[in-house]
Design a protein around this ligand. Structure first.
Ligand SMILES: CC(C)(COP(=O)(O)OP(=O)(O)OC[C@H]1O[C@@H](n2cnc3c(N)ncnc32)[C@H](O)[C@@H]1OP(=O)(O)O)[C@@H](O)C(=O)NCCC(=O)NCCS
Length: 394
């Protein structure tokens, strides 16, 4: 097996959902998802000028809703829109919310077996242009068959979040407090400049036509309090526990990582930042859907020959507050090591892009704190999860 290294991981800031009734236009709402991806590819090329672009063989790019601006292998459109030569391939994948983490794992594994020497992995989700669910909004043309429905109760993800809360006996108080802490941690990390190395600022025009630059996640609501959010409606279940402030925000963003073989790193003078020690996919019952992060974590650890205690940091995607809460409760992990810079509840969850956003945040955190191992896990629609263990290379 060859050695595969993570050289860099970057992302756009997360732009908010437009609110036409309030006359608000989301920061990135008018920027094409292909442009978001290509902007990151160009930034990655600029950050690593000693790597000739023709050495990059492929871009594996994840999207959740593969229609309209995100249709027809968007990875190839991103390559063609960027400074990369057209000799670089491109393939779009979809493993729902775990998509870009999966893209990284595919690139990493391909480098290890010698199929690539250098490749990029990332993802995008433009939730303003392609609203969540808009790729399956015709009830007569769904991929779900009566045979599947006879076997499984297929429910919306918000309802799964309620089911998870009940299954793991998570209280309203725990959900509210975790949701507030996510906002506080994200705000503190942003103010401290902790995302500066991973965010590539994006220029945009605001609703008044002024030229602006978005250089931070726009969703964060630093003044969130338990009192304010407890009174919010429960959109997924009558008398439920999950409100908008305990759900990941709808947003627009892209992410990108660069992986190379040991030989290319040496040849081009690239400093490896990390390696992927293991990766695990897990399928679970699609009704509960969101607790695949628990068996996924255990499988990734087993595969790596490592223990939970050896992990210095965890990024558990905050699809809904009940997901990380169930994960922490089951695995008995204190919150001090979990999502220390906030999560998707505060900053948003741009489905296809999220995995590599978490990878970027994790590697910067391990470097800043001089730590070694980080575990990233993302639950995904249809009862899927993806989990990666990263080891920082000092
Ligand atoms: C939960 C969800 C339906 C809410 O959508 P929404 O109603 O458009 O959400 P909003 O941001 O408008 O929030 C609703 C209200 O709660 C308020 N609110 C939300 N978060 C808040 C916070 N942290 N503090 C205070 N108020 C908050 C908003 O201000 C808004 O108030 P308003 O109606 O007075 O304007 C949506 O965010 C969602 O579906 N999220 C999950 C996405 C998903 O499934 N992803 C995949 C997961 S695997």
């Amino acid at each position: 097996m060859k050695e595969s290294y993570l050289i860099d991981a970057i992302r756009t800031p997360r732009g908010r959902l437009s609110r036409p009734k309030k006359g608000f236009v989301g920061e990135l709402a008018d920027i094409h998802p292909t442009t978001l991806g290509a902007t990151l590819v160009d930034a990655m090329i600029d950050r690593h000028p000693t790597l000739p672009t023709e050495k990059i063989e492929d871009l594996i790019f994840a999207v959740n809703a593969t229609i309209k601006e995100q249709a027809v292998n968007i990875a190839r459109w991103v390559v063609l829109a960027s400074k990369l030569p057209c000799t670089v391939s491109g393939v779009q994948i979809n493993r729902a919310c775990a998509g870009s983490l999966q893209a990284s794992a595919f690139v990493n594994a391909s480098i290890k077996v010698g199929d690539y020497d250098a490749a990029m992995a990332g993802g995008v989700e433009h939730m303003n242009k392609i609203p969540i669910g808009s790729d399956r909004n015709d009830p007569d043309r769904l991929p779900i068959t009566p045979e599947i429905l006879a076997k499984y109760n297929i429910v919306p993800q918000g309802l799964s979040a309620e089911i998870i809360a009940e299954k793991y006996a998570i209280s309203q108080e725990e959900i509210n407090e975790f949701s507030v802490r996510s906002q506080q941690k994200a705000h503190a990390a942003t103010e401290a400049g902790k995302f500066k190395n991973e965010i590539i600022p994006i220029a945009y025009r605001d609703s008044e036509g002024n030229q602006r630059v978005l250089d931070r996640d726009a969703n964060i609501k630093a003044d969130t309090t338990v009192e304010k959010i407890n009174g919010l409606p429960r959109p997924f279940k009558e008398n439920g526990l999950i409100h908008a402030a305990a759900s990941s925000g709808i947003c627009d963003a892209a992410s990108l990582s660069l992986w190379v073989s040991e030989q290319i790193a040496k040849e081009c003078g690239l400093k490896p930042r990390a390696r992927m020690v293991s990766y695990a996919n897990c399928g679970v019952n699609p009704t509960e859907m969101l607790d695949g992060v628990i068996p996924g974590t255990l499988l990734a650890l087993k595969r790596a020959g490592l223990t939970l205690e050896q992990m210095d940091r965890f990024e558990i995607n905050e699809a809904f507050a009940s997901v990380p809460l169930a994960w922490m409760k089951t695995l008995n992990i204190p919150e001090e090591k979990v999502n220390v810079n906030g999560g998707a509840i505060a900053m948003g969850h741009p489905l296809g892009a999220t995995g590599v956003i978490l990878l970027a945040t994790m590697i910067n955190e391990l470097e800043r704190e001089d730590l070694r191992y980080g575990l990233i896990t993302v639950c995904a629609a249809q009862g899927l999860s993806g989990t990666a263990i990263i080891e920082r290379i000092p």
